[in-house]
Ligand binder design. Structure first.
Ligand code: PGA
Ligand code: ZN
Length: 428
């Protein structure tokens, strides 16, 4: 190992995410003097079994949300263990951090601390090797660009709109290239803005850049999207489809779902299944993520049995990018696709393993941002590297969301003729 690839030191500092909450920015320094950095995102509708995000709990600072303890962990014990390690051996250094933490959920050092280092190491390795990050992580085969799902209407824990469901996304699956997909999406987003404006609705946006209007009910959101797709000159279902993330853990427990905001009352599992069935018949829906709560494996299994041939049934809070929970989902036939978030599990290596497990059983994957984001665009490269096929990072609005989409544009340009962009739902 040459001195140029050995880790010399780690620095971390507290920065603010897109909600104004503290998070970590990590800088990794090599013996050669080369530096690389990464910033860590943070969710709002988090799964109970996600790896632990270490917060100080000191109410005198940021309402307890400070990350000074996580920073001390990076600069103290993590730096001590990683000093002298080869930055290009991602697996070894991720495992060294997992061992140092010693807990099953990264509760001692914090998944936020560990992930910041893990991502910064991947970036440093890509600089050392002189290749782009997607190629460093994915090799020569990393040519598949992700189909974007853009979150154009925000509800649930991401906005105080009239919507119980958290995310109503548009999927430009008829677009021939990623750049065109982004254009389809941005034009439809603009059409939604003008329809809302004309209807006297507010056009302020939620945490992920989607509009947050006080619509009458959850159905009205789907109607609005279909109207906007047509107004923008596209064919619903053929050019642009709809993907939902109800994030049902935020309004459901014990098999009962409370659609209170939209005045639709309390529905049991069977009624929710029937509701999804009606929606799938009425709107061009290709994907439902977290249609049931994280404690409702039965709901997932029933939805997959009933609709899994027609749509993508995807887990997020229930699978938390954790190979153990994904394996459980495989055993129960509880879904046919998995959302992938680096900070749910806390290292690049384990996230790669989660994607590999899905691929092994033929399940689709979608790499995802968090509702609390920074301008770090790591996930764009990551989605290409692991050939995930899909990605979601909010509306085509707000800098921290566009940073990722714009990075995929750059990757598409760099790959040139080698770039592949396909409709992942073509055979659904
Ligand atoms: P979160 O939401 O980042 O607030 O958890 C994203 C999601 O549920 O997919
Ligand atoms: Zn989700």
């Amino acid at each position: 190992m040459s001195t140029s690839t050995r880790i010399a030191n780690l620095h971390a500092r507290e920065i603010l995410d897109s909600r104004g909450n503290p998070t970590l920015a990590v800088t990794l320094v090599l013996e050669s003097g080369l530096e690389a950095g990464a910033a860590v995102p943070s969710g709002a509708s988090t799964g109970t079994n996600e790896a632990v995000e270490l917060r100080d709990g000191d109410l005198a600072r940021y309402g307890g949300k400070g990350v000074l303890a996580a920073i001390r962990g990076v600069e103290g014990p993590i730096a001590s263990v990683l000093r002298g390690h080869d930055v290009c051996d991602q697996v070894a250094l991720d495992h060294a951090m997992i061992a140092l933490d010693g807990t099953p959920n990264k509760g001692r050092l914090g998944a936020n601390a560990i992930l910041g280092v893990s991502m910064a190491a991947a970036r440093a390795a890509s600089v050392v090797e002189g290749v782009p990050l997607y190629q460093q992580l994915g090799g020569e085969e990393a040519c598949l660009l992700p189909m974007p799902s853009m979150n154009v209407l925000n509800g649930g824990k991401h906005a105080d709109s009239g919507l119980d469901f958290q995310e109503f996304m548009i999927v430009p699956l008829g677009a021939p290239t990623f750049a065109e997909a982004l254009r389809y999406g941005a034009e439809t987003y603009a059409a939604i803005r003008s329809i809302l404006h004309k209807g006297g609705f507010k056009t302020a946006v939620g945490d992920e850049g989607g509009f947050a209007p006080a619509l009458e009910n959850n159905e009205a959101a789907c109607e609005l999207i279909v109207e906007a797709i047509e107004a923008a000159g596209y064919r619903p279902g053929e050019d642009i489809a709809i993907a939902l993330d109800p994030a049902a853990s935020s309004f459901g427990e014990g098999g009962i779902y409370n659609l209170a905001r939209a005045g639709q009352g309390r529905l049991d599992r069977t009624a929710m299944l029937a509701l999804y069935g009606r929606w799938i018949n009425s709107y061009p829906i290709v994907s439902i993520e977290d249609g049931f709560a994280e404690d409702d494996w039965q709901g997932f299994t029933e939805l997959t049995a009933a609709q899994g041939q027609r749509i993508q049934v995807m887990g997020d809070d229930i699978t938390v990018t954790n190979p153990n929970f994904i394996q459980n989902a495989i055993d129960l036939k509880a879904m046919n696709a998995v959302l992938i978030k680096l900070n749910q599990i806390g290292t690049v290596t384990e996230t790669v393993e989660a994607v590999a497990l899905c691929r092994k059983v033929g399940w689709r994957t979608m790499v995802s941002h968090r509702s609390g984001e920074t301008n770090d665009d790591f996930i764009a490269d990551f989605a290409v590297a692991c050939r995930a096929g899909q990605m979601k990072c909010g509306a085509p609005c707000r800098g921290e969301r566009l940073a990722k989409y714009n990075r995929v544009l750059d990757i598409e340009r760099a790959l040139g003729k080698r770039a592949i962009f396909t409709n992942p739902f073509a055979n659904a």
